[in-house]
Write a protein that binds this ligand. Sequence first.
Ligand SMILES: [Zn+2]
Length: 174
Amino acid sequence: MAPDRTQVASGKASLRYPIDLRELYSPDDRRLGVVCGRAVLPSNLMPVEAPCPCGSLIDYETCCAPVLRNASAATTAEALMRSRYTAFELQHASHLLATWHPDTRPSRISFDPLQRWLGLKILRTDRGGPADDDGVVEFVARFKVAGRATRLREVSRFVRLSGQWFYVDGDHLQ
Ligand SMILES: [Zn+2]
């Protein structure tokens, strides 16, 4: 659906805060525009206050969006971890598959419609920098399923092949 500028100009829509990003972005929508009431705003009209889902406190457009659009490959394992969390929250299956190591990549990804992501916290990183070929990221991701809050703590392994970071696998911790 192309943005309707007339609709945008005359729209009486207002954003609610905190923003439920799943309402803002369509799954796998490369434009990643903002659905604002009945108006669909192109991404260049997104409010700068739109925080990135990964919890970086950086505007989404300058944080994970370029990585999800393949305009900018993640330069570190942590950046890829953050973009993959954002992809889970936005149900961006193609980014998750493209950044999954071929040896461990699932054939497809299905999203639980009842799952609501609540936030990501990076606990530590080991290697995974621009000069490394492998790295580890430990994180906690919180989510709710059918109203029940759950936290996932994982130590994820990443490798860099031909300059691109890939998620390999992870160990879940209690
Ligand atoms: Zn981000």
